[in-house]
Design a protein around this ligand. Structure first.
Ligand code: ARG
Length: 456
């Protein structure tokens, strides 16, 4: 395609290091779509004859049908998907194929293809994240009243409802979706027509190609158009952030499935066994979701470092933009699907959760709050008194609610008889009915809002 000024072909290793076809063949649909939009515009503008433009478009459809049926060749000699498609087009329609690349460079072509691919990926990932939200919301609704320990420092802190805990992840995923949506809105400008770097002397219509490819508008600066990979970085940043959330949820599943916690059990479908220890049920999928997030973050840093030192405009380093984006997409899509499957099917052992919430003195704050509310004790003093109560219970090896009123009043006479009821974990969560709080009524409200937002 570019051999005119060369007497010899490339060395085998040169060919290998230069070729992107083994991975960029994933862009074939976008490449065909971009070329069809381009050639239709060329025909309309009279840059190529209308009849040639039709011949080329039909030829591109034939190439696409071949790719669909047999996949794309791995022939390194064809260098990349753009060259492969053009060379197959030439085999099919002859010399007219050579008119397709008028007023275009592979630089604006690949920038366009890649944006189209990332845009499609965002749409697919968004659908996956929405399904995950639906799973979280439906389990949250089921467990609006189930009590579990809430943790800070992984120490039992205050009782919370399981529904509330699950809805925390719903919120994270909501932000993830909005981050992807922001990235999509920002990237939706069409670089086609920037040509190699400087624009073109042909009377092209960039509005027309932008519109044909469902972009909002053409990009503004030709140099920026071919050297910008912010859209891929925005995408990877969104993917990395989403994967961090998945990883935290995965970590909780791993922890909760362990024997000392015993808060969840995974069904057979989502567990693996050990080849040596017959008793094992391992949460491998959750561990791999946690592991994959590390790789996705690696994809983000990989492309950031590729881009950081590049002068304007295009440099071949930028060909390395695609593997990290493809890898992040694949890992994220799989992680979302696995997490959705686990959330839908895992069993919450609410008896164990409740027992753990009752065991950890987690209603101590409720005692302190009550001293403030009923006896007018300043909170700091109430905190101190409650500390002494916890110490007594710990010494006796019993729960706070097991202490008799006499024992409590021996610590401070202002502790009243209503305190025992207030120290139950159910009373504790019901009391936390402030906006965004853990009370079952608030969880039901959050669930209702989420269902409305999800249209379910
Ligand atoms: N395969 C190349 C890439 O992915 C296409 C652009 C080639 N441009 C060039 N000037 N050699 O970046």
């Amino acid at each position: 395609m570019w051999g005119g000024r060369f007497a010899e072909g490339p060395a085998a290793v040169m060919r290998e290091i230069n070729a992107s076809i083994p991975f960029d063949k994933r862009l074939w649909r976008q490449d065909i779509a971009g070329s069809k939009a381009h050639v239709a515009m060329l025909g309309k503008q009279g840059i190529v004859a209308e009849a040639d433009s039709v011949t080329i478009a039909e030829g591109l459809d034939r190439v696409a049908a071949e790719y669909e049926a047999h996949g794309v060749t791995d022939d390194l000699a064809l260098e990349d998907i753009h060259m492969a498609t053009e060379s197959r087009l030439a085999e099919l329609i002859g010399a007219t194929a050579g008119r397709l690349h008028t007023a275009r460079s592979r630089n604006d072509q690949v920038a366009t293809d890649f944006r189209l691919w990332v845009r499609d990926s965002i749409d697919a990932v968004d659908a996956g994240l929405k399904a995950l939200q639906q799973a979280l919301v439906s389990r949250a609704e089921e467990h609006a009243e189930s009590v579990m320990p809430g943790f800070t420092h992984l120490q039992a802190a205050q009782p919370v409802t399981l529904g509330h805990h699950l809805m925390a992840y719903y919120e994270m995923v909501r932000r993830d979706r909005s981050r992807f949506a922001d990235a999509r809105a920002r990237m939706n400008e069409c670089p086609l027509g920037a040509a190699a770097l400087a624009g073109t002397g042909f009377p092209i219509d960039r509005e027309a190609t932008a519109q044909a490819l469902a972009f909002d508008r053409p990009t503004a600066n030709s140099l920026d158009s071919v050297s910008d990979r912010d859209f891929a970085l925005d995408y990877l940043m969104s993917a990395a952030q989403a994967s961090l959330h998945l990883s935290r949820l995965a970590e909780e599943i791993v922890l909760w499935a362990s024997q000392p916690f015993g808060f969840v059990s995974l069904p057979d479908q989502w567990s693996t066994g050990s080849s040596i220890m017959p008793q094992k049920r391992n949460p491998d999928a959750a561990e791999l979701v946690r592991g994959h997030s590390g790789r996705i973050v690696g994809c983000l840093t990989s492309l950031m470092i590729t881009m950081k030192g590049l002068p304007l405009a295009y440099s071949k380093d930028m060909q390395d933009d695609k593997p990290p984006v493809f890898e992040a997409h694949d890992l994220l899509a799989l992680s979302i699907a696995a997490m959705t499957g686990m959330i839908e099917t895992l069993t919450f052992r609410t008896d164990r959760m409740r027992a753990a919430a009752e065991a950890g003195f987690s209603t101590a704050t409720d005692l302190a709050d009550r001293l403030v509310r009923v006896a007018g004790v300043p909170f700091r003093e109430a905190h101190h008194i409650t500390g002494a109560v916890v110490k007594t219970a710990e010494g006796k090896g019993c729960a706070l609610s097991d202490l008799s009123l006499a024992e409590l009043q021996a610590i401070d006479p202002r502790i009243d008889e209503g305190v025992q009821a207030a120290l139950s974990v159910d009373a504790s969560v019901a009391a936390r009915a402030s906006e965004g709080g853990t009370a079952p009524e608030r969880v039901r409200q959050a669930v209702a809002r989420a269902k409305e937002a999800l249209g379910s």
